[in-house]
Design a protein around this ligand. Structure first.
Ligand SMILES: [Zn+2]
Length: 844
């Protein structure tokens, strides 16, 4: 689970992800480090577009060296990208990447925010980005973030002055950062926000530049740097035992689904920021120059500072508990200041430091991992005072419920107190799921109806336990999320969020079901119990023209978590047709229609995502030749499942054990996306694959990226082929068939321009831009305003067989049930068989 060792390296007190995780134990040095941060009253906001855009070196430097509160505002959650570690795509990938960002912030100590913008995929220009996003809305979210967080300095990752030179989302993030810098202080802008917050004017806006933006290191050397600040982000933190860049590498390495795992670096390293707005500091290493970042910044703060600076300067590493009386005194003073912004921010931080100094262990762990509205759950409480100061546990309650236990008991030194609470889950308690996915959004925006959630990285935990303690005469409330703690023999102790789920959820095995002919299919509906002894009925909603043999079926499931599969025979209509199928579940008089997706990786807390349980059903008139397909798995795609849907038998080929001759039994071999990038062994087996083609085989290679292992691409094809970064991102971009007589567009399915209707996200990516004359380009397409691109589908005969290279996004289109893409893929798999078909015709 999320018990990754990063926490041992650096614990970030105020940036605790909202979700459940292992309670943190702080060493004296870590408490001291947090004190340094507590005593700095300044804020930096870093702005970019995606998970992984952020410069963790700079974020970590601002957080841990400058000690500023540092927040990364990622406009999107990165739904549009690819996934190197699992099957999650689109909104589920957004959930995974959100958690990877939170994991990164746990390492570097920063905080995380988002807007409602949806990463709809690659965009070549900010104009297009702004058209697809609701620009006013996204800008409003950036303005709101500034008004809420009150940053002194804003740092854009990207240059707002160079539209078209990078991903449109990138430039847009910088443009919106520049606009919002001024608008946040304008009371006429987004005035509806001002009921809940004030205007705010940040002092400086920077652009986090580097030599890369100058074209080369040489250009950068020569460039005028009078407007640039230079920061050495390679500093060493003795209290943490690491260099800043080591923390940064570890933070970046949390972006595992993007393949960002990297080795760490150490030593002096310069980072540059260019002043865009505000006054240029005289000290070219100090972003906060002229800004009061001491406790004197707030009314009544000087007295707090006097105490806390003294604690910091005279910190007792042997016995931090000796500082409790002073810390409690500072807490009381802080409670009485008028400045809500800093009070709300610094109070929980100070309380965490008090907990750390007192060696207090407070935990609320639910017996079960999940519950449902109407249930009663046992919550185990552990309270332990390890430093032995005079502390009374007054009461424990669960916020938002009537669950409360009054105690008034002294916590004796190192004498563990265990209590049991009965938590009654109210009938109207919301199910736990990412809040931005609760309503249906648009291509460019999430819909969030609850204003208070907009911007938050994740849904707040279902329940929080409140420990009321009296320390040195002062009563203080400490909040801890209710989590679920358990163990596995092969993993040890594990923590996961305690979640509220429906009594029953349902799911289809496949998101898309293809009916390649008029035959009925058995469709399994998997029902998962969210409680013990659940029973009810299940039926299907079908599009017009589709029929099921039974309207409803009764079910009963004994054990929570158990899955029962019900089979429905579905009869497709005679003609081509597509639509959505969904289950209708009735349990105890209530209707349910959600599926539960769990995302469980060791570097993030387990995620429970509730989405509408629906699947696309497609009746296709598709022809195909051949039966057995060999598949070489690359970075992960669902092409094999899709091919099985239309009746192929797909066999996974174990690359390590490819031997001469064994491939000949396949009618075609398909290479999964980015296989040459991620499967090292493949380059050694390439001669065997070429031999297979030479002997009459049919090899289909899907896209690989050009930027890694470039040298390897000399032998990716039997003839010369140069991969480029050419892509066509508009999924509606017109497609012209330029090799009209080629078998690929005629056998066994006749492909027309209409087969490119209804594609999703993009046409394709990393098209070759140069190829030798043996190749025939089949299609031509381009994004608006760009030159024609003919490299999306290339085919060359080699020996007795055929070699196909395609950057078309079949890995997106087939799982989305796009009929034209299925027909074209069936033609690729059937290539070479047209000769046999013609011979048979002649033989008659
Ligand atoms: Zn990006």
């Amino acid at each position: 689970m999320h018990k990754f060792w990063a926490f041992l390296l650096l614990s970030a007190v105020i940036s605790l992800p909202l979700n459940a995780q292992k309670p943190k134990n702080h060493t004296s040095a870590e408490i001291y480090h947090e004190l340094q941060k507590l005593n700095f009253l300044g804020t930096a906001l870093y702005v970019a577009a995606h998970p992984d855009d952020e410069n963790t070196r700079l974020i970590s430097y601002l957080e841990n060296e400058v000690h500023a509160r540092t927040i990364y505002l990622s406009l999107t959650r990165g739904d549009g990208g690819q996934n190197l570690i699992g099957p999650e795509l689109r909104e589920l990938l957004g959930v995974l990447r959100t958690q990877e960002l939170l994991a990164a912030r746990s390492v570097d100590g920063g905080e995380q925010r988002f807007t409602r913008a949806n990463d709809f995929g690659y965009s070549k220009h900010p104009d297009e980005t702004h058209r697809i996003w609701n620009k006013e809305m996204v800008l409003g979210d950036v303005v709101k973030t500034i008004r809420q967080l009150k940053p002194d300095v804003i740092i854009n990752r990207f240059d707002h002055r160079s539209p078209g030179s990078t991903h449109g989302h990138h430039t847009s993030s910088a443009m919106l950062g520049v606009e919002a810098f001024d608008l946040a202080s304008d009371s006429n802008a987004y005035s509806e926000q001002l009921n809940a917050m004030d205007t705010w004017q940040p002092k400086r806006l920077f652009f986090n530049t580097s030599w890369w933006f100058y074209g080369s290191r040489e250009n950068f050397e020569k460039a005028d740097k009078s407007n640039l600040l230079q920061l050495d982000v390679g500093v060493f933190y003795p209290e943490l035992g690491v260099s800043n860049n080591e923390i940064a590498s570890l933070a970046s390495s949390q972006h595992l689904c993007q393949g960002f795992g990297r080795i760490s670096t150490r030593g002096s390293q310069d980072e540059y920021v260019e002043l865009i707005k505000g006054s240029l500091p005289e000290d070219k290493t100090n972003l906060f120059e002229g800004i009061d970042t001491s406790w004197s910044r707030i009314e009544g703060g000087a007295a707090i500072g006097e105490i806390l600076y003294n604690v910091e300067n005279n910190f007792d590493f042997k016995n931090p508990a000796t500082h409790l009386p002073e810390l409690v005194k500072a807490y009381n003073l802080l409670e009485s200041v008028k400045d809500d912004h800093w009070k709300v921010l610094k109070s929980p931080h100070l309380k965490e430091i008090i907990l750390g100094c007192a060696g207090l262990y407070l935990e609320a762990s639910a017996e079960n991992a999940s519950t449902y509205p109407g249930a009663t759950e046992k919550v185990n409480i552990e309270a332990l005072n390890r430093a032995g100061q005079n502390i009374t546990l007054e009461s424990i309650s669960i916020t938002g419920t009537e669950t409360k236990l009054d105690l008034g008991e002294n916590l004796d030194k190192n004498q563990k107190q265990n209590h049991e609470l009965q938590l009654k889950v109210s009938l109207d308690k919301a199910h736990t799921s990412p809040y931005w996915l609760k309503e249906e959004g648009s291509l460019g925006m999430y819909t969030v109806n609850d204003e208070t959630l907009i911007g938050l990285p994740e849904t707040p935990e279902a329940y929080t336990a409140n420990f009321k303690l009296t320390i040195d005469g002062t009563t203080i409330d400490f909040q801890k999320p209710v989590i679920h703690r358990y163990s596995k023999p092969d993993k040890g102790e594990l923590y996961e969020p305690f979640v509220v789920l429906p009594k029953v959820t349902a799911s289809f095995e496949d998101d898309v079901m293809i009916f390649a002919d008029g035959k009925p299919k058995q469709i399994p509906v998997a029902l998962r119990a969210g409680k013990d002894n659940v029973s009810g009925s299940v039926g299907l909603n079908l599009p017009e023209g589709w029929k099921a043999n039974e309207t409803t079926k009764q079910f009963s499931i004994e054990k929570k978590g158990e899955v029962k599969t019900m089979l429905f025979e579905v009869v497709p209509p005679d003609n081509e047709s597509e639509g959505f199928i969904s289950p209708i579940l009735t349990v105890e008089g209530e209707q349910y229609d959600k599926k539960l997706v769990e995302i469980d990786y060791s570097h993030i807390p387990k995620q429970s995502v509730l989405l509408p349980a629906k699947a696309k059903i497609v009746r296709l008139n598709i022809q195909k030749s051949g039966e057995h397909i060999g598949y070489i798995v690359g970075a992960g795609d669902k092409i094999p499942e899709s091919l099985e849907q239309i009746g192929y038998q797909v066999h996974t080929i174990d690359v390590d054990n490819i031997q001469k001759g064994v491939l000949d039994k396949y009618d075609a071999i398909v290479v999964g996306i980015r296989a040459y990038n991620v499967v090292d062994q493949l380059k050694f087996k390439q001669p065997i694959l070429m031999e297979y083609v030479k002997n009459g085989g049919n090899l289909i290679v899907q896209y690989n990226t050009a930027n890694r292992w470039r040298s390897q691409f000399e032998n990716i094809a039997p003839y010369s082929l140069t991969l480029s970064r050419d892509r066509v991102t508009d999924e509606q971009a017109p497609v012209e068939i330029i090799a009209k007589n080629h078998a690929l567009v005629n056998f066994p399915n006749s492909i027309t321009e209409k087969d490119f209707d209804g594609w999703v996200q993009e046409r394709g990516l990393y098209f070759p831009n140069e190829w030798s004359e043996e190749f025939t380009p089949i299609l031509s397409m381009n994004d608006k305003g760009e030159a024609q691109k003919k490299g999306s589908l290339l085919v060359a005969p080699y020996g007795e067989g055929n070699y196909i290279y395609t950057g078309l996004s079949f890995f997106r289109e087939l799982p989305a049930g796009v009929s034209g893409a299925y027909k074209l893929f069936a033609n690729m798999l059937s290539l070479g068989k047209e000769k046999i078909a013609t011979e048979n015709e002649v033989k008659g």
